[in-house]
Ligand binder design. Structure first.
Ligand SMILES: Nc1ncnc2c1ncn2[C@@H]1O[C@H](COP(=O)(O)OP(=O)(O)OP(=O)(O)O)[C@@H](O)[C@H]1O
Ligand SMILES: [Mg+2]
Length: 402
Protein backbone atom coordinates (compact mmCIF):
# COMPACT_ATOMS: atom_id res chain seq x y z
CA UNK A 1 0.00 0.00 0.00
CA UNK A 2 1.76 3.12 -1.22
CA UNK A 3 0.28 5.59 1.23
CA UNK A 4 0.89 3.69 4.44
CA UNK A 5 2.51 5.81 7.15
CA UNK A 6 6.27 5.36 7.38
CA UNK A 7 6.66 4.66 11.09
CA UNK A 8 9.59 4.22 13.45
CA UNK A 9 8.94 2.72 16.88
CA UNK A 10 11.36 3.77 19.64
CA UNK A 11 11.31 1.50 22.70
CA UNK A 12 12.36 3.01 26.03
CA UNK A 13 13.91 0.87 28.78
CA UNK A 14 11.64 -1.51 30.75
CA UNK A 15 9.15 -1.80 27.91
CA UNK A 16 8.16 -5.12 26.37
CA UNK A 17 9.05 -4.20 22.79
CA UNK A 18 7.48 -7.38 21.36
CA UNK A 19 4.08 -6.62 22.87
CA UNK A 20 4.12 -3.08 21.49
CA UNK A 21 5.31 -4.28 18.10
CA UNK A 22 2.65 -6.96 17.78
CA UNK A 23 -0.07 -4.44 18.72
CA UNK A 24 1.14 -1.94 16.13
CA UNK A 25 1.62 -4.56 13.43
CA UNK A 26 -2.14 -5.03 13.55
CA UNK A 27 -2.62 -1.42 12.42
CA UNK A 28 -2.91 -1.73 8.61
CA UNK A 29 -2.16 1.93 7.84
CA UNK A 30 1.35 1.69 9.34
CA UNK A 31 4.47 0.85 7.37
CA UNK A 32 6.81 0.02 10.25
CA UNK A 33 10.36 0.69 9.10
CA UNK A 34 12.03 -0.06 12.42
CA UNK A 35 11.45 -1.16 16.00
CA UNK A 36 14.46 0.04 17.94
CA UNK A 37 15.32 -0.82 21.53
CA UNK A 38 16.83 2.08 23.46
CA UNK A 39 16.31 5.77 22.81
CA UNK A 40 19.91 6.53 21.88
CA UNK A 41 19.79 3.86 19.21
CA UNK A 42 16.38 5.16 18.16
CA UNK A 43 17.83 8.66 17.75
CA UNK A 44 20.38 7.33 15.30
CA UNK A 45 17.71 5.38 13.41
CA UNK A 46 15.59 8.51 13.27
CA UNK A 47 18.37 10.40 11.49
CA UNK A 48 18.74 7.64 8.91
CA UNK A 49 15.14 6.55 8.41
CA UNK A 50 13.28 9.89 8.21
CA UNK A 51 9.89 8.41 9.21
CA UNK A 52 6.63 10.39 9.01
CA UNK A 53 5.45 9.04 12.34
CA UNK A 54 7.52 8.39 15.44
CA UNK A 55 5.97 6.19 18.12
CA UNK A 56 7.72 6.32 21.49
CA UNK A 57 6.90 3.42 23.82
CA UNK A 58 7.53 3.99 27.53
CA UNK A 59 6.64 2.23 30.75
CA UNK A 60 5.14 5.35 32.37
CA UNK A 61 6.89 8.56 33.42
CA UNK A 62 10.31 8.83 31.76
CA UNK A 63 12.53 11.89 31.69
CA UNK A 64 14.61 10.16 29.04
CA UNK A 65 11.57 9.82 26.81
CA UNK A 66 10.57 13.46 27.38
CA UNK A 67 14.02 14.61 26.33
CA UNK A 68 13.90 12.33 23.29
CA UNK A 69 10.45 13.60 22.24
CA UNK A 70 11.47 17.23 22.73
CA UNK A 71 14.60 16.73 20.60
CA UNK A 72 12.70 14.86 17.89
CA UNK A 73 10.00 17.54 17.67
CA UNK A 74 12.54 20.36 17.58
CA UNK A 75 14.51 18.59 14.88
CA UNK A 76 11.55 17.98 12.58
CA UNK A 77 8.33 19.78 13.44
CA UNK A 78 6.32 18.18 10.62
CA UNK A 79 6.82 14.64 11.89
CA UNK A 80 3.99 13.30 14.06
CA UNK A 81 5.01 11.93 17.46
CA UNK A 82 2.75 9.65 19.47
CA UNK A 83 3.63 8.19 22.86
CA UNK A 84 2.32 4.81 23.97
CA UNK A 85 2.63 4.05 27.66
CA UNK A 86 2.51 0.53 29.04
CA UNK A 87 2.47 1.83 32.63
CA UNK A 88 0.42 4.49 34.38
CA UNK A 89 0.72 7.78 32.49
CA UNK A 90 -0.20 9.79 35.61
CA UNK A 91 1.94 12.90 35.88
CA UNK A 92 3.31 12.21 32.43
CA UNK A 93 0.50 13.35 30.18
CA UNK A 94 1.02 17.09 30.50
CA UNK A 95 4.80 16.77 30.14
CA UNK A 96 4.42 14.65 27.02
CA UNK A 97 2.26 17.29 25.35
CA UNK A 98 4.55 20.08 26.53
CA UNK A 99 7.44 18.24 24.89
CA UNK A 100 5.49 18.48 21.64
CA UNK A 101 3.93 15.02 21.21
CA UNK A 102 0.64 14.85 19.34
CA UNK A 103 -1.02 12.21 21.47
CA UNK A 104 -0.50 9.76 24.31
CA UNK A 105 -2.13 6.32 24.38
CA UNK A 106 -2.26 4.25 27.54
CA UNK A 107 -1.99 0.54 26.71
CA UNK A 108 -3.68 -1.89 26.51
CA UNK A 109 -5.92 -0.42 23.86
CA UNK A 110 -7.98 -1.89 21.03
CA UNK A 111 -6.06 -1.92 17.69
CA UNK A 112 -8.78 0.08 15.92
CA UNK A 113 -8.63 2.78 18.64
CA UNK A 114 -4.84 2.84 18.26
CA UNK A 115 -5.19 3.13 14.47
CA UNK A 116 -7.68 5.98 14.84
CA UNK A 117 -5.44 7.90 17.26
CA UNK A 118 -2.37 7.50 15.04
CA UNK A 119 -4.20 8.62 11.93
CA UNK A 120 -5.65 11.58 13.81
CA UNK A 121 -2.15 12.58 14.94
CA UNK A 122 -0.95 12.41 11.33
CA UNK A 123 -3.91 14.48 10.12
CA UNK A 124 -3.32 17.09 12.81
CA UNK A 125 0.36 17.31 11.98
CA UNK A 126 -0.46 17.77 8.30
CA UNK A 127 -2.99 20.43 9.29
CA UNK A 128 -0.34 22.18 11.38
CA UNK A 129 2.04 22.09 8.43
CA UNK A 130 -0.62 23.71 6.28
CA UNK A 131 -1.32 26.24 9.01
CA UNK A 132 2.37 27.10 9.25
CA UNK A 133 2.36 27.72 5.51
CA UNK A 134 -0.40 30.32 5.73
CA UNK A 135 -0.09 33.61 7.51
CA UNK A 136 -1.57 33.31 10.97
CA UNK A 137 -3.62 36.32 12.02
CA UNK A 138 -2.56 38.29 15.08
CA UNK A 139 -4.16 37.11 18.30
CA UNK A 140 -4.85 39.73 20.95
CA UNK A 141 -5.37 38.52 24.49
CA UNK A 142 -7.29 40.91 26.75
CA UNK A 143 -6.02 40.51 30.30
CA UNK A 144 -6.96 42.08 33.60
CA UNK A 145 -5.49 40.36 36.61
CA UNK A 146 -8.33 41.76 38.76
CA UNK A 147 -12.01 41.00 38.15
CA UNK A 148 -14.40 43.62 36.83
CA UNK A 149 -11.81 45.94 35.28
CA UNK A 150 -13.54 46.03 31.89
CA UNK A 151 -12.02 43.13 29.94
CA UNK A 152 -15.33 42.03 28.44
CA UNK A 153 -16.29 45.61 27.67
CA UNK A 154 -13.01 46.14 25.85
CA UNK A 155 -12.86 42.83 23.99
CA UNK A 156 -16.43 43.16 22.70
CA UNK A 157 -16.05 46.80 21.65
CA UNK A 158 -12.65 46.17 20.07
CA UNK A 159 -14.03 43.25 18.05
CA UNK A 160 -17.08 45.16 16.90
CA UNK A 161 -15.00 48.26 16.07
CA UNK A 162 -12.70 46.14 13.91
CA UNK A 163 -15.63 44.41 12.20
CA UNK A 164 -17.38 47.68 11.47
CA UNK A 165 -14.29 48.95 9.64
CA UNK A 166 -14.18 45.97 7.31
CA UNK A 167 -11.99 43.58 9.26
CA UNK A 168 -12.88 39.97 10.04
CA UNK A 169 -12.32 39.45 13.74
CA UNK A 170 -13.18 36.38 15.76
CA UNK A 171 -13.77 36.89 19.47
CA UNK A 172 -13.27 33.99 21.88
CA UNK A 173 -14.91 34.07 25.29
CA UNK A 174 -12.36 32.28 27.44
CA UNK A 175 -14.17 33.06 30.69
CA UNK A 176 -15.25 29.42 30.65
CA UNK A 177 -17.31 29.50 33.85
CA UNK A 178 -18.93 32.93 33.82
CA UNK A 179 -18.44 34.22 30.30
CA UNK A 180 -20.78 37.04 29.37
CA UNK A 181 -19.65 38.04 25.88
CA UNK A 182 -22.95 36.66 24.52
CA UNK A 183 -24.92 38.95 26.81
CA UNK A 184 -22.74 41.98 26.06
CA UNK A 185 -23.26 41.44 22.32
CA UNK A 186 -26.89 40.33 22.49
CA UNK A 187 -26.09 36.91 20.98
CA UNK A 188 -28.09 33.82 21.95
CA UNK A 189 -25.74 30.95 22.88
CA UNK A 190 -27.07 28.40 20.38
CA UNK A 191 -23.56 26.96 20.04
CA UNK A 192 -20.63 27.36 22.39
CA UNK A 193 -17.05 26.24 22.82
CA UNK A 194 -18.41 23.41 24.98
CA UNK A 195 -20.33 22.00 22.00
CA UNK A 196 -17.17 22.26 19.88
CA UNK A 197 -15.11 20.49 22.55
CA UNK A 198 -17.69 17.69 22.77
CA UNK A 199 -18.00 17.23 19.01
CA UNK A 200 -16.30 14.23 17.43
CA UNK A 201 -13.45 14.29 14.94
CA UNK A 202 -10.51 16.56 14.36
CA UNK A 203 -10.48 20.34 14.67
CA UNK A 204 -10.35 22.17 11.36
CA UNK A 205 -11.63 25.46 9.98
CA UNK A 206 -14.87 23.99 8.59
CA UNK A 207 -15.66 22.35 11.87
CA UNK A 208 -14.77 25.35 14.05
CA UNK A 209 -16.73 27.64 11.70
CA UNK A 210 -19.90 25.68 12.50
CA UNK A 211 -19.59 26.66 16.15
CA UNK A 212 -19.07 30.40 15.68
CA UNK A 213 -21.98 32.75 16.30
CA UNK A 214 -22.33 35.90 14.21
CA UNK A 215 -22.85 39.46 15.40
CA UNK A 216 -24.61 41.99 13.18
CA UNK A 217 -21.34 43.98 12.89
CA UNK A 218 -19.75 41.02 11.09
CA UNK A 219 -17.70 39.88 14.08
CA UNK A 220 -17.84 36.15 14.77
CA UNK A 221 -17.78 34.80 18.28
CA UNK A 222 -16.87 31.53 19.95
CA UNK A 223 -19.03 31.74 23.05
CA UNK A 224 -18.25 30.40 26.52
CA UNK A 225 -20.15 27.39 27.88
CA UNK A 226 -23.59 28.27 29.20
CA UNK A 227 -23.03 26.52 32.55
CA UNK A 228 -19.94 26.58 34.81
CA UNK A 229 -19.85 22.76 35.09
CA UNK A 230 -19.25 22.53 31.33
CA UNK A 231 -15.95 24.40 31.59
CA UNK A 232 -13.92 21.28 32.42
CA UNK A 233 -14.70 19.80 28.98
CA UNK A 234 -12.53 22.52 27.46
CA UNK A 235 -8.93 21.40 27.88
CA UNK A 236 -5.79 23.39 27.31
CA UNK A 237 -4.66 21.10 24.48
CA UNK A 238 -7.98 21.53 22.73
CA UNK A 239 -7.69 25.31 23.14
CA UNK A 240 -4.23 25.36 21.58
CA UNK A 241 -5.60 23.62 18.49
CA UNK A 242 -8.61 25.92 18.35
CA UNK A 243 -6.49 29.08 18.62
CA UNK A 244 -4.29 27.97 15.72
CA UNK A 245 -7.26 27.12 13.53
CA UNK A 246 -9.04 30.39 14.38
CA UNK A 247 -5.92 32.32 13.38
CA UNK A 248 -6.20 30.83 9.90
CA UNK A 249 -9.85 31.95 9.68
CA UNK A 250 -9.78 35.60 10.79
CA UNK A 251 -7.97 38.91 10.43
CA UNK A 252 -7.71 39.16 14.19
CA UNK A 253 -8.47 36.73 16.99
CA UNK A 254 -9.43 38.53 20.19
CA UNK A 255 -9.62 36.63 23.45
CA UNK A 256 -11.63 37.78 26.45
CA UNK A 257 -10.29 36.18 29.62
CA UNK A 258 -11.36 35.58 33.21
CA UNK A 259 -9.37 37.33 35.94
CA UNK A 260 -6.04 35.73 36.81
CA UNK A 261 -3.50 33.51 35.11
CA UNK A 262 -5.51 30.29 34.87
CA UNK A 263 -4.10 27.45 32.71
CA UNK A 264 -6.35 28.39 29.80
CA UNK A 265 -5.32 32.04 30.08
CA UNK A 266 -1.66 30.99 30.02
CA UNK A 267 -2.36 28.88 26.91
CA UNK A 268 -4.01 31.91 25.30
CA UNK A 269 -1.04 34.13 26.14
CA UNK A 270 1.33 31.50 24.70
CA UNK A 271 -0.60 31.59 21.44
CA UNK A 272 -1.03 35.38 21.33
CA UNK A 273 0.97 37.90 19.36
CA UNK A 274 -0.31 40.78 21.47
CA UNK A 275 -1.66 41.43 24.93
CA UNK A 276 -3.88 44.25 26.16
CA UNK A 277 -3.71 44.69 29.93
CA UNK A 278 -6.71 46.47 31.43
CA UNK A 279 -6.25 48.42 34.64
CA UNK A 280 -8.36 50.86 36.61
CA UNK A 281 -7.55 53.91 38.67
CA UNK A 282 -7.42 52.34 42.09
CA UNK A 283 -4.37 51.19 43.95
CA UNK A 284 -5.40 47.50 44.12
CA UNK A 285 -6.04 47.32 40.42
CA UNK A 286 -2.81 49.15 39.63
CA UNK A 287 -0.83 46.83 41.89
CA UNK A 288 -2.34 43.82 40.13
CA UNK A 289 -1.73 45.39 36.73
CA UNK A 290 1.94 45.80 37.59
CA UNK A 291 2.07 42.19 38.83
CA UNK A 292 0.42 41.12 35.58
CA UNK A 293 3.06 42.96 33.54
CA UNK A 294 5.82 41.36 35.60
CA UNK A 295 4.26 37.92 35.09
CA UNK A 296 4.16 38.46 31.33
CA UNK A 297 7.81 39.47 31.47
CA UNK A 298 8.63 36.26 33.37
CA UNK A 299 6.78 34.33 30.68
CA UNK A 300 9.08 35.96 28.13
CA UNK A 301 6.31 37.94 26.43
CA UNK A 302 7.73 40.76 24.33
CA UNK A 303 7.00 44.02 26.23
CA UNK A 304 6.71 45.82 22.91
CA UNK A 305 3.64 43.72 22.18
CA UNK A 306 1.81 44.67 25.34
CA UNK A 307 -0.60 47.60 25.42
CA UNK A 308 -1.94 49.09 28.58
CA UNK A 309 -5.52 50.37 28.71
CA UNK A 310 -6.69 52.40 31.67
CA UNK A 311 -10.42 52.06 32.17
CA UNK A 312 -12.58 54.50 34.15
CA UNK A 313 -9.63 56.78 33.72
CA UNK A 314 -11.42 59.92 34.91
CA UNK A 315 -12.54 58.65 38.29
CA UNK A 316 -11.52 61.15 40.93
CA UNK A 317 -9.94 58.95 43.56
CA UNK A 318 -6.76 60.85 44.36
CA UNK A 319 -4.59 58.95 41.86
CA UNK A 320 -3.33 60.97 38.91
CA UNK A 321 -2.21 59.77 35.48
CA UNK A 322 1.34 60.59 36.51
CA UNK A 323 0.93 58.36 39.58
CA UNK A 324 -0.15 55.56 37.24
CA UNK A 325 3.00 55.94 35.14
CA UNK A 326 5.14 55.74 38.25
CA UNK A 327 3.28 52.84 39.91
CA UNK A 328 3.11 50.71 36.78
CA UNK A 329 6.36 51.81 35.22
CA UNK A 330 4.90 52.70 31.85
CA UNK A 331 2.26 54.98 30.40
CA UNK A 332 -1.10 53.60 29.24
CA UNK A 333 -1.72 53.74 25.48
CA UNK A 334 -5.48 54.20 25.75
CA UNK A 335 -7.70 55.82 28.35
CA UNK A 336 -11.40 54.95 28.60
CA UNK A 337 -13.56 57.30 30.68
CA UNK A 338 -16.36 56.24 32.97
CA UNK A 339 -19.59 56.61 31.08
CA UNK A 340 -23.13 55.99 32.29
CA UNK A 341 -24.03 54.77 28.82
CA UNK A 342 -21.62 51.84 29.18
CA UNK A 343 -23.64 49.76 31.67
CA UNK A 344 -26.77 50.62 29.68
CA UNK A 345 -25.13 49.42 26.47
CA UNK A 346 -23.98 46.22 28.18
CA UNK A 347 -27.47 45.56 29.55
CA UNK A 348 -28.96 46.17 26.09
CA UNK A 349 -26.41 43.88 24.43
CA UNK A 350 -25.44 46.80 22.16
CA UNK A 351 -21.73 47.70 22.22
CA UNK A 352 -21.27 51.41 22.87
CA UNK A 353 -18.84 51.80 19.97
CA UNK A 354 -21.80 51.24 17.63
CA UNK A 355 -24.50 52.98 19.67
CA UNK A 356 -22.89 56.18 20.92
CA UNK A 357 -20.41 56.78 18.16
CA UNK A 358 -19.51 60.27 19.30
CA UNK A 359 -18.98 59.44 22.96
CA UNK A 360 -15.45 59.66 24.33
CA UNK A 361 -15.59 55.98 25.27
CA UNK A 362 -16.51 54.99 21.71
CA UNK A 363 -13.62 57.09 20.41
CA UNK A 364 -11.26 55.36 22.80
CA UNK A 365 -12.39 51.95 21.51
CA UNK A 366 -11.95 53.08 17.91
CA UNK A 367 -8.46 54.30 18.78
CA UNK A 368 -7.67 50.91 20.29
CA UNK A 369 -8.99 49.18 17.16
CA UNK A 370 -6.85 51.43 14.95
CA UNK A 371 -3.77 50.31 16.85
CA UNK A 372 -4.40 46.77 15.59
CA UNK A 373 -6.08 47.50 12.27
CA UNK A 374 -3.06 48.59 10.23
CA UNK A 375 -1.32 46.39 7.72
CA UNK A 376 1.45 45.54 10.12
CA UNK A 377 -1.23 44.79 12.75
CA UNK A 378 1.25 45.41 15.52
CA UNK A 379 1.10 48.15 18.15
CA UNK A 380 4.16 50.32 18.13
CA UNK A 381 6.51 49.75 21.00
CA UNK A 382 5.22 51.49 24.07
CA UNK A 383 7.77 53.51 26.01
CA UNK A 384 8.65 51.33 28.97
CA UNK A 385 10.37 53.25 31.70
CA UNK A 386 10.87 52.34 35.28
CA UNK A 387 10.64 55.91 36.49
CA UNK A 388 7.86 56.85 34.13
CA UNK A 389 9.04 60.45 33.82
CA UNK A 390 11.55 60.70 31.02
CA UNK A 391 9.95 58.31 28.56
CA UNK A 392 8.78 59.70 25.24
CA UNK A 393 5.03 59.39 24.71
CA UNK A 394 4.14 56.29 22.64
CA UNK A 395 3.34 57.46 19.13
CA UNK A 396 -0.12 55.95 19.05
CA UNK A 397 -1.07 56.97 22.51
CA UNK A 398 -4.65 58.10 22.46
CA UNK A 399 -5.05 61.30 24.40
CA UNK A 400 -8.44 61.24 25.98
CA UNK A 401 -9.47 64.74 26.97
CA UNK A 402 -11.93 65.45 29.76
N1 LIG B 1 -15.69 52.83 31.67
C1 LIG B 1 -16.78 52.34 32.25
N2 LIG B 1 -17.82 53.15 32.58
C2 LIG B 1 -18.92 52.64 33.15
N3 LIG B 1 -19.11 51.36 33.46
C3 LIG B 1 -18.12 50.51 33.16
C4 LIG B 1 -16.91 50.94 32.54
N4 LIG B 1 -16.11 49.88 32.38
C5 LIG B 1 -16.78 48.81 32.85
N5 LIG B 1 -17.98 49.18 33.31
C6 LIG B 1 -18.99 48.29 33.90
O1 LIG B 1 -18.33 47.47 34.86
C7 LIG B 1 -18.81 46.15 34.80
C8 LIG B 1 -17.65 45.20 34.64
O2 LIG B 1 -17.13 45.33 33.30
P1 LIG B 1 -16.65 44.04 32.50
O3 LIG B 1 -17.68 42.97 32.60
O4 LIG B 1 -16.24 44.48 31.17
O5 LIG B 1 -15.40 43.65 33.38
P2 LIG B 1 -14.54 42.30 33.29
O6 LIG B 1 -13.13 42.71 33.53
O7 LIG B 1 -14.85 41.57 32.07
O8 LIG B 1 -15.11 41.51 34.56
P3 LIG B 1 -14.83 39.96 34.94
O9 LIG B 1 -13.45 39.94 35.52
O10 LIG B 1 -15.89 39.65 35.93
O11 LIG B 1 -14.95 39.20 33.67
C9 LIG B 1 -19.82 46.08 33.66
O12 LIG B 1 -21.11 46.13 34.19
C10 LIG B 1 -19.54 47.32 32.86
O13 LIG B 1 -20.73 47.85 32.31
MG1 LIG C 1 -15.47 39.58 31.77
Amino acid sequence: MADRIKTLIAIDAEVDGHAVQSLLEDVPSLNIVGVINGLEESWRALQEGKPDLLIVACAGYSDRALYFIDSAVKQESERAVVVVSTGSPNGFVRRVFEAGADDLLALPEEPDRVAFALEKAMARRRGAAVASGVALAPMICILGPKGGTGKTLISTNLSVALASTGHKPILVDLDLQFGDVGLALGIRPDKTIYDLARSAGSIDADKVGDYLMSHSSGARVLLAPTRPDQASAVTVDFLRDVFTVLRTMADHVIVDTPPGFTPEVIAAIDNSTDVVIVGMLDSLSLKNTKLGLETLELMGFDPNRISLVLNRADTRVGITREDVDVIIGRAPEVFIPSDRQIPISVNDGQPIVLQEERSEAARAFRALAEMYAGDNTRPEPAAASMNGSDSPAPKRRFAWRS
